[in-house]
Design a protein around this ligand. Structure first.
Ligand code: TIU
Length: 226
């Protein structure tokens, strides 16, 4: 068992049953002209999550532990996009409309791809999801059961929407969930802070959070240069 110095207390995990889940590090959320910006958000906040997520991916890849990537996106005919999702509010463009990175939030379009720094490698599982949570209407639950995973380490965007929703889904299914603090971002810094607090409140009601360094040191104690 490995131990991570985490909040609200030590996160203990068995490396043989632990996977990384990187949520929606897509151009549509991170770059100008995508879905996130159409909703009126300042997407520049997302840049902060890229390097820590890349570094976290590197740690899992060095160990050969399982890596999942998710992408929020819809079929070209939008048959998996509820009208309530497409019609809500007054965005600059709607899901399926033509934007500078192709059709907004549509599978296979440039905007739906994961940013180059965090791109999936061969053998890593990519889960396309129509909702905010990665378990709803996907194979994620079955994939995790097949691999006998018990603990999940999370990264990605946005903290309070797709990351938190997926962590709550995972927590209800019995997974021990750790969110790496620098490897997630929100368009609203105060929402990120509040979400980290919510996750670890009440004795870890949803799970744990930890700085990337604490996780890295748990994996490679020899790197703990103080
Ligand atoms: N709008 C927002 O903050 N997020 C999303 O719509 N999806 C994800 O978080 N991936």
């Amino acid at each position: 068992m490995l131990k991570v110095n985490a909040d609200p207390f030590t996160f203990t995990f068995d490396p043989s049953s632990t996977a990384l889940v990187v949520i929606d590090m897509q151009r549509d959320f991170i770059e100008p002209g995508g879905f996130g910006e159409t909703l009126g958000n300042d997407v520049s906040h997302m840049q902060r999550a890229i390097a820590p997520t890349r570094d976290l991916l590197k740690l899992f890849r060095q160990k050969g532990w399982p890596v999942f990537h998710t992408r929020e996106c819809h079929a070209a005919d939008l048959s998996d996009c509820p009208p309530a999702k497409r019609d809500r509010g007054n965005p600059l463009m709607r899901i399926g409309d033509d934007g500078p990175m192709g059709r907004i939030l549509v599978r296979g379009e440039p905007g739906a791809e994961i940013v180059a720094e965090c791109a999936p490698l061969a053998g890593e599982i990519v889960i396309d999801k129509p909702g905010k949570g990665a378990f709803y209407a996907t194979s994620l639950g079955e994939d995790l059961e097949r691999l006998k995973i018990r603990s999940l380490v999370f990264a990605g965007v946005t903290t309070e929407v797709c990351v938190q929703t997926t962590m709550r889904e995972a927590n209800d299914r019995g997974y021990e969930c750790l969110l790496i603090e620098e490897a997630t971002e929100s368009y609203f810094p105060e929402f990120k802070a509040a979400t980290l607090d919510m996750i670890r409140a009440q004795g870890g009601i949803v799970g744990w959070t930890a700085p990337l360094k604490s996780f890295a040191v748990a994996l490679n104690p020899q790197d703990d240069i103080r």
